[in-house]
Design a protein around this ligand. Structure first.
Ligand code: KIV
Ligand code: ZN
Length: 502
């Protein structure tokens, strides 16, 4: 019998995932995601890049203080101050890891660093040695490994293992590689780095050519035993390899990936995906594998008929395995605090009493306007509450005068701490008028990059959910707002994005 081999799931949703433009999370939101990742069973949580900003540091530190089952990892360049920042941020963690990276490809050496290979080798060596004084668990990434000269790659891997690196991560930083190439690369590393057996080989793939999952699986087949991935595949540019896809492929295609297993509780996959989508504002496309709304929907009559006869005719995964199709408890006006708290827990939230009380109050207000409250309605309420801490500007009221034959006029009142400000403005439409009135108060003029309105649930009384992105000082910020009134939802979303910029 073949020996069982564990594939370590290294989740980088809170680091590489959060690097996606507009996906930024507050420390509290990071912690919510981390709780759910722990419940999902991920082995390593890369919680951020502590030196990058005080906010990043706080996020990693908060996760390190509260998450006890997963290893908490922080990213660092090969610089003492980066390594020390990871040390301080992850100090409260029960299990801490540092992830050090340094670019090794000729392109990066020539254009980014203007340094020769031996200088890079010495920097990597010194940084790993320094980190060794502070960490037992060191992971090293030769950035842009897939475009690095092989002999240099072997040399740098050998060096950092000698200095104490326990995991060697191979990043396909620009998503350039393809499965056969990745297979040979991992095989070659195994055959040419003399001390490679002292480390675990990891793979980190980006999706620029849509091959990140295929490449990650190829690496596993060749000998990698850790995979970097993100929930919903979010990440820099086209994103990272999707956690849910990798895990479900390993589980579903046992014929190919026979000895491999992960310790992921797949029943938590859908819940995790929804939480990450709600908090980052990144919509999961309906046709997304495993977690898309249509992933288990059958439209054609022939398919429906066959499924009723035997599910496996058209379904390769039982939806229950990923946590789909569990009865969705619908709440309403008469539901109590207890039922709401239970549903929130089931949705993956670990909220303090105070927050549950506020959400309950908002839930009751919503239930007065809307007969049935679905999970998505709750997610919108929770999300608003979790964002609360960062609110600099808060909506007080909005009034619109509009019609088919007049230029819309908006009168907006917003609050900053205890002060209430009012402004009015005309605009191309009622939404534009509202945003212009807000700009007059906040004294910033963001560029609206996109605006999307959708109904959260079905029915005439459905809440409108607005997702938008603005650009301010060359940075992109996303915002979300929900309300049964679409103008109120728009203003909330705009303020949510503006608040992130302050
Ligand atoms: O894509 C990449 O190379 C990275 C490194 C920091 C590992 O994210
Ligand atoms: Zn990356």
């Amino acid at each position: 019998m073949e020996e069982k081999e564990k594939v370590i799931i290294f989740d980088t949703t809170l680091r590489d995932g959060e690097q996606a433009p507009g996906a930024s999370l507050t420390s509290e939101q990071k912690l919510e995601v981390a709780y759910q990742l722990q419940k999902l069973g991920v082995d390593v949580i890369e919680a951020g890049f502590p030196i990058a900003s005080p906010d990043d540091f706080r996020g990693v530190n908060l996760v390190a203080k509260n998450i006890k089952k997963s290893i908490i990892c922080g990213l660092a360049r090969c610089l003492k101050e980066d390594i020390q920042a990871v040390y301080k941020a992850t100090k409260p963690a029960k299990l801490a890891r540092i992830h050090i990276f340094l670019a090794t490809s000729k392109i990066h050496l020539k254009y980014k660093f203007r340094k020769a290979e031996d200088e890079i080798l010495s920097i990597a060596k010194k940084a790993t040695r320094f980190a060794r004084n502070l960490f037992e668990d060191i992971e090293f990434s030769p950035e842009d490994a897939t475009r690095t000269e092989r002999d240099f790659l072997y040399k740098i891997i050998e060096t950092v293992i000698k200095e104490g690196a326990k995991t060697i991560n191979i990043p396909d930083t620009v998503g350039y590689s393809y499965p056969q190439e990745i297979f040979s690369l991992i095989e070659d590393i195994l055959n040419n780095v003399p001390n490679i057996k002292k480390a675990v080989i990891s793979i980190h793939c980006h999706d620029d050519l849509g091959l990140s999952v295929a490449n990650s699986l190829s690496a596993i087949l060749a000998g990698a035993r850790q995979v970097h991935c993100t929930v919903n595949g979010i990440g820099e540019r086209a994103g990272n390899a999707s956690l849910e896809e990798i895990v479900m492929i390993l589980k579903t295609r046992k014929d190919v990936f026979k000895p491999f297993f992960t310790q992921i509780n797949t029943k938590e996959l859908l819940r995790t995906s929804r939480l990450v989508s709600a908090l980052t504002g990144f919509v999961v496309p309906p046709n997304k594998a495993i977690v898309g709304a249509n992933a288990f929907r059958h439209e054609s009559g022939i398919h429906q008929d066959a499924i009723l006869k035997k599910r496996i005719t058209y379904e390769i995964i039982d939806p229950k395995e990923v946590g789909a199709s569990q009865t969705q408890l619908v709440l309403g006006k008469h539901s109590g605090r207890h039922a709401l708290a239970k549903r929130l827990r089931d949705l993956g939230f670990k909220l303090e009493e105070k927050k549950i009380n506020t959400i309950f109050r908002k839930f009751k207000e919503l239930a007065d306007k809307k007969k049935e409250i679905f999970d998505d309605d709750l997610l919108a309420l929770v999300e608003e509450e979790i964002r609360q801490k960062k609110k600099k500007w808060e909506l007080v009221s909005v009034r619109i005068v509009t019609g088919t034959d007049i230029t819309p006029l908006a009168i907006v009142k917003i609050k900053h701490k205890k002060d209430v400000y009012q402004a009015k403005s005309q605009g191309d439409g009622p939404v534009d008028a509202c945003f212009k009135a807000i700009d007059k108060i906040t004294k910033v003029k963001p560029k609206l990059l996109n605006y999307k309105l959708e109904a959260i649930t079905r029915g005439k009384d459905a809440q409108g959910l607005v997702r938008l992105e603005i650009k301010l000082r060359n940075k992109v910020f996303s915002g979300i707002g929900a309300s049964t009134d679409i103008l109120e939802a728009s203003v909330k979303a705009y303020l949510d994005a503006v608040n992130k910029a302050f």
